[in-house]
Ligand binder design. Sequence first.
Ligand code: PEP
Length: 251
Amino acid sequence: MPMRRALIAGNWKMFKTGAEAVDYVRDFLPRVAHAADREIMIAPAFTALEKTAEALAGSSVALGAQNLFWEAEGAFTGEVSPKMLAAAGCRYVIIGHSERRQHFGETNESVNRRVRAALQAGLKVVLCVGETERERSAGETFSVLDKQVRKGLKSFVASELDELVIAYEPVWAIGTGKTATREQAEEAHAFIRTLIANLFSAGMAAGLRILYGGSVKPENIAELMAMPDIDGALVGGASLNPEAFARIVLY
Ligand code: PEP
């Protein structure tokens, strides 16, 4: 089985100005200077990307964005293109986060267009999927994941998805303090990996990194990372504090 390098990613959501991001990075980098065996990514708001990129220069911490629009340029007021993100220093982009699906009308179809545009621009994608509490209670977890992955990756072939990461983020665990148990997370991750093997190839599935997201904290990261199909974490609230995020990185 190929080695999957752990990825710990911080989603700052709508927090931190450019100046606050620079202060954070100055505090954070020395704390994680010896974490070479794992990859770290930080996704600030659009307005803080360039300042964060400057502050991260020379470090191995990657910069990510929280969303993009699929067109390269044009009359799309308020939107940001893949090319603009790459020029701002981004290596990653988060796509289909549940907050975008819930509050901004993101659909599996629009997610698919975003994934394609991001990969074509040379960005690595963190594609977010996950069920709501109602869907879990109704026994629909796997059918929801199946649909989100299948439609989000519709019309791709395996060779186009080398730079794909999937984040399993149960909606009921995001920002709620309720973490999925490691068994619940592992079951969902294993389901996604098998689905990827069936849709694309066993080789792609074996190399695919699947992150867990949902109230990850310094106290619960180690038990999650001990599971065979959990290859990292997408961290919201706890990534806003450099000390807490460094403890998660160094679990
Ligand atoms: C997220 O924003 O992707 C997330 C998982 O948030 P939190 O860690 O705050 O639950």
